[in-house]
Design a protein around this ligand. Structure first.
Ligand SMILES: *[C@@H]1O[C@H](CO)[C@@H](O)[C@H](O)[C@H]1NC(C)=O
Ligand SMILES: *[C@@H]1O[C@H](CO)[C@@H](O)[C@H](O)[C@H]1NC(C)=O
Ligand SMILES: *[C@@H]1O[C@H](CO)[C@@H](O)[C@H](O)[C@H]1NC(C)=O
Length: 617
């Protein structure tokens, strides 16, 4: 089973190490997935479907263990929109944020809850059923750690991975997919942090906050979730964050503060004692005063004195009965032996492993990140940290692996170019992957045979565009990229999105569209790595040969004959410098006799040759 046995040219020492490992190893698998949460199960589903040798190791006794504890107040913030007025299954997934992808229709979340924001208990039940019904291979109660590489010349990456569980049982894996999420509470190094209680352990009984004065560190969804649950019983709640509150409806990022959690904005602005302040963690400390606690912030202007000593009206001058920490989560890299060599990201991405656009760890070849642990690639931009996003990035990762390790090219459909317009319209109006993973996954059209044919690739990672042939197994020169995007300056915290409420209805204004809308980029040669690297600030792609924005639409359907379809057809016709309407062969014959160029549909007839014959016959 193990590839290493096949290689005869390995150093004798390595052979010994490997043989020893093998003897001890109770099992070898080509792919080991760590974590049976939603992304681990989703990866398992794809490996199973493609017949790969895989296993999922889960440390607990259930699938989706994270959701047995979180969110603490049990209300998910992913929507379960059961009705859309449409029967198109793909379209409906655009508004179903909790289901994983599968062919089994009973495994849609709509069958598990009627709530728009369902209970996390229902998600745990759903994940259990997903795993059991589809027979996904999970080994429960297995805490994997001490992951190390063992050189192996025959292995695709030059090494395999060894690891052990909590009982010391050894395992060997060809490739690793780490799907453990971001589950470690983020606890900053602030003096007095031990006086705080964390989101992970606080009481969720509002009675425990009766008549208490509470300070919450953090201003994200978990902070507001806690505030909403106790603002009816506490004296007052103050909330501090390093930066301004970011409202999801302004930023269009689902991880920012959602309307379902934002009650405290009202009680703050309507002067009902609660309040939100912007305070950085630097120079902050927490001190005990009797049985209460006070937050002290160093004064940037004069040394020595803290803000509360300097200003007797300092907003946080009164001590608190409780200080609660809701500062988010980070990835747990302790599962790797010498976790210090496993590279984490920096800046905004420091809670996540450092990975490339193909989801591979930058420090460990053959280790791939799936699920919210891969969210560094689209943090504050798209939905890759959430089920409705990572069910698609998992599919993209699986497709990349299929090509890289098994020479199975990225799936495509090839069609005559005269079908392009209908194919595009169908995707624009139903595709869920590119709709959720806005400006991260995009559809690609590869033109072939002198533009008479095209291959259609779905949901390709946009940032890998310059490596399209290497990553998919499909040659590409002139291509069309179909990206879903918001207007450039439309997703900024603090922007008044409601001033844009009345969009223009004039399709010549399409390039000024603010709301999510499709944008097509035509390149007559594949962008290079340099092009991608030096693309303009705020642009999703390098400057294309031609670009076409499809007018934003209040109904988010882009099928209006004059406002959407006609300008799209004209754009395509400009690219090909030809007429894309469908003509009858008689008209084509006439054109071929009277004009120097003929419409595309006619070229089809003539190329096929017998096409005309059969039509005539
Ligand atoms: C899983 O373990 C917990 C204790 O850790 C126990 O309460 C629970 O019943 C177990 N669940 C299953 C499905 O075995
Ligand atoms: C890392 O591996 C070494 C050698 O195999 C072992 O002695 C050590 O205990 C491991 N460290 C951890 C943190 O598992
Ligand atoms: C493409 O068109 C050019 C000229 O327009 C022609 O020379 C070439 O043979 C064509 N190639 C194919 C594959 O049809």
């Amino acid at each position: 089973m193990n590839c290493c046995l096949l290689s005869s040219r390995i150093h004798i020492f390595h052979v010994l190490v490997i043989l020893l490992t093998l003897t001890l190893a109770s099992c070898y698998h080509d792919y080991c997935i760590i974590g049976a949460g939603p992304s681990g199960l989703q990866m398992g589903y794809f490996f199973q479907k493609s017949g790969r040798d895989y296993i999922i190791f889960e440390k607990s006794n259930v699938s989706g263990d994270f959701f047995t504890l979180y969110p603490r107040h049990k209300t998910l913030i992913s929507i379960n929109k059961r009705n859309t007025g449409k029967t198109n299954k793909e379209f409906n997934l655009r508004h179903d944020w909790n289901s994983l992808l599968s062919d089994d229709e009973s495994l849609l979340f709509r069958h598990y809850s009627k709530e728009m924001f369902p209970s996390s208990d229902d998600l745990v039940q759903y994940l259990h059923d997903y795993q059991t019904k589809l027979g996904i291979n999970v080994q429960f109660n297995t805490y994997i750690h001490n992951i190390q590489t063992t050189p192996c010349e025959a292995a695709a990456d030059g090494h395999v991975f060894t690891m052990s569980d909590q009982y010391g049982n050894p395992y060997t894996c060809g490739k690793l997919v780490v799907a453990t999420g971001v589950s470690q509470p983020n606890i900053p190094d602030v003096p007095g942090i031990e006086y705080t209680e964390g989101y992970e352990t606080i009481s969720t009984d509002p009675d425990d906050y009766e008549g208490k004065t509470v300070l919450i560190l953090g201003r994200g969804n978990s902070a507001f979730e806690v505030a909403s649950s106790i603002y009816g019983s506490s004296n007052l709640i103050h909330m501090v964050g390093r930066s301004r509150v970011r409202l999801a409806w302004e930023t269009h990022y689902v991880g920012d503060l959602r309307a379902i959690n934002n009650d405290l904005l009202d009680t703050y602005q309507l002067k009902s004692l609660d309040g939100i302040l912007q305070v950085g963690l630097d120079g902050m400390k927490i001190v005990k005063k009797g049985n209460k606690f006070q937050l002290q912030v160093s004064n940037m202007k004069g040394p020595g004195k803290s803000m509360d000593q300097m200003y007797d009206n300092f907003p946080l001058r009164e001590p608190y009965d409780k200080i609660i920490r809701c500062l988010g989560f980070k990835f747990d890299s302790d599962i790797f032996n010498l976790s210090s060599t496993f590279k984490m990201g920096n800046g905004r991405g420091k809670k996540f492993p450092a990975i490339g656009n193909d989801y591979e760890s930058v420090s460990l070849k053959g280790v791939f990140l799936a699920g919210s642990a891969s969210h560094s690639l689209d943090f504050r931009k798209s939905a890759g940290g959430f089920i409705h996003g990572f069910r698609y990035t998992a599919r993209a990762l699986h497709r990349l692996l299929e090509w890289r390790y098994h020479q199975v090219p990225w799936p495509i459909t090839t069609q005559p170019v005269t079908n392009l317009l209908p194919v595009l319209l169908k995707r624009l109006n139903e595709a869920s992957g590119i709709y959720q993973m806005v400006s991260v996954l995009a559809d690609i059209v590869i033109f072939k045979k002198n533009n008479t044919e095209f291959a259609y690739l779905e949901e390709f990672p946009l940032n890998l565009l310059h490596e399209l042939p290497e990553k998919t197994g499909h040659d590409a020169e002139n291509i069309l990229v179909i990206n879903m995007q918001y207007g450039e300056d439309f997703s900024i915290p603090g922007s008044d999105i409601f001033t844009f409420y009345k969009p223009s209805l004039d399709s010549s204004d399409a390039h000024n569209s603010n709301f999510l809308h499709p944008c097509l980029y035509y390149f007559d040669r594949l962008p290079t790595e340099e092009d991608m690297k030096y693309k303009e600030h705020k642009k999703h792609l390098p400057t294309p040969k031609a670009i076409h924005h499809i007018m934003e639409d209040f109904l988010t359907t882009w099928d209006a004959p004059n406002s959407h379809i006609l300008p799209l057809r004209r754009f395509l016709e400009n690219i090909f410098d030809t007429d894309m309407r469908n003509f009858h062969w008689e008209t084509c014959m006439e054109y071929s006799l009277t004009r120097t160029t003929v419409p595309l549909t006619c070229k089809e007839f003539f190329l096929k040759g017998q096409g005309i014959g059969s039509k005539v016959g």
